[in-house]
Unconditional design. Structure first.
Length: 417
């Protein structure tokens, strides 16, 4: 028996010593751990000589009460992402930079046991027919798992942690994601029930920004949130959450974003929040925007505001309705109001790089106009990016905001002399 097998035996012995009706606590786990360690034979105790007993007992607590070696990383507020590349390699993201850790799993079996524990109660599964899954932890952190044979070298786990430190736009301003003028305008746009699309690459902070702005939705509104995994935490009382469902082991019973979006239109929503547009649901999203559903918020992956329009157009074509491209562009131009583009810069910082207004069509092209931009000025010797947020243009419909009683100032859109 090697050390990894011995630790696994201790975990099993402790777990089996509790009945289903027992409530495990850290102190009880440690007490029983000490008991089972004393009962080990001489050879087994010799294997444990290299282990700090307090650290071993903490590890057993994390395995039985938490998520094993990942528990300490999940508890660290400075870590924003955890990347497990098999049992022997774990990276974390801190301050936007990815660094390796000294933490490992005892074996692939230990890693898989931890993954299974993380998936409990999520309704997701991992097996030979579906060797990958997306789900959320109880704290809202998002998890992706992919297992062998698709993943070479062991199960790969990516955890994007839920940041409860960002709950409103003031926090985003404090982190330098955008400036105060941009924040005030976006809050005004949300209150004016403009249709906003948040775009950018994976991990650039789109959902975080959407979540911060959702705190300004009216308490009296019925909000329908549609997601693949639970990511957004809304505080409004009248919030309805809809989650997609993967197919069962027979390949039946799948419920897609498109299915839920279509159903949500019959649920009398004041607003629809779509976790991510990635397929044919783009057409149903455009139909919703153009049929009187105002104040919709959605997320999409795209590199620039112009690419956002192109990708939305392409995904809408997946619906197979054989509409001409100019008709789809007309729907984008008439339904979508504002694109909020985000980027993660090479120093790890996250910025709202563009706030762009959709201004109709000219010929067969959708007309876009930046209202604000982030302009990079230099990168210093430490690799830190320096730049500034600049106002570029005024919205065309400022009077509409004011007619709705939402204060907006011309000075937000003017650079100081």
């Amino acid at each position: 028996m090697d050390l990894a097998q011995l630790k696994q035996k201790l975990r099993q012995d402790i777990a089996m010593s509790f009945s289903l009706s027992d409530t495990m606590t850290a102190e009880m786990v440690k007490e029983r751990g000490r008991h089972f360690i004393k009962k080990l034979d001489r050879e087994a105790r010799r294997l444990l000589e290299s282990e700090n007993q307090d650290a071993l007992l903490d590890s057993l607590c994390h395995d039985l009460l938490g998520f094993g070696p990942l528990q300490s990383l999940l508890a660290d507020p400075d870590i924003t992402e955890i990347m497990v590349n098999g049992p022997n390699e774990i990276f974390v993201e801190k301050g936007g930079c990815k660094t390796p850790t000294l933490i490992t799993f005892n074996s692939e079996a230990h890693l898989r046991t931890t993954v299974e524990k993380m998936m409990e109660g999520t309704g997701r599964r991992l097996d030979e027919s579906v060797p990958y899954a997306d789900f959320a932890l109880p704290d809202g952190s998002r998890v992706n798992v992919i297992t062998p044979p698709l993943a070479v070298g062991g199960a790969m786990v990516t955890i994007r942690k839920f940041l409860d430190t960002i709950t409103n736009v003031d926090h985003l301003v404090g982190f330098g994601t955008l400036d105060a003028r941009m924040a005030q305008f976006l809050v005004a746009a949300v209150r004016a029930k403009k249709n906003l699309l948040f775009s950018g690459a994976t991990g650039c902070g789109k959902t975080t920004t959407l979540g911060a702005l959702s705190t300004y939705l009216d308490e009296g509104e019925r909000i329908v949130v549609i997601e693949d995994t639970i990511e957004l935490e809304l505080n409004q009382r009248h919030t309805v959450r809809l989650l997609t469902r993967p197919p069962n082991i027979e390949g039946k019973g799948e419920v897609t974003l498109r299915d839920l979006l279509r159903n949500s239109l019959r649920m009398r929503p004041s607003r629809i929040i779509l976790g991510e547009i990635r397929g044919a649901e783009a057409m149903d999203y455009l139909q919703a925007l153009n049929s009187g559903h105002r104040g919709c918020l959605a997320v999409m992956h795209a590199a620039t505001p112009r690419d956002t329009v192109s990708r939305l157009e392409t995904l809408a074509l997946f619906a197979g309705l054989n509409l001409p491209v100019f008709a789809i562009r007309q729907q984008i131009a008439s339904g979508l109001d504002i694109i909020v583009q985000q980027e993660q810069l090479h120093d790890g910082s996250r910025k709202v790089s563009h706030i762009t207004e959709v201004r109709g069509t000219e010929g067969d092209q959708v007309v876009l106009q930046d209202l604000f931009r982030y302009e990079i000025e230099r990168t210093d010797e430490t690799g830190k990016v320096h730049g500034s947020f600049r106002a570029v243009s005024k919205p065309l419909d400022l009077d509409e905001y004011r007619r709705k009683g939402i204060p907006v100032e011309d000075a937000w859109f003017e650079e100081p002399a």
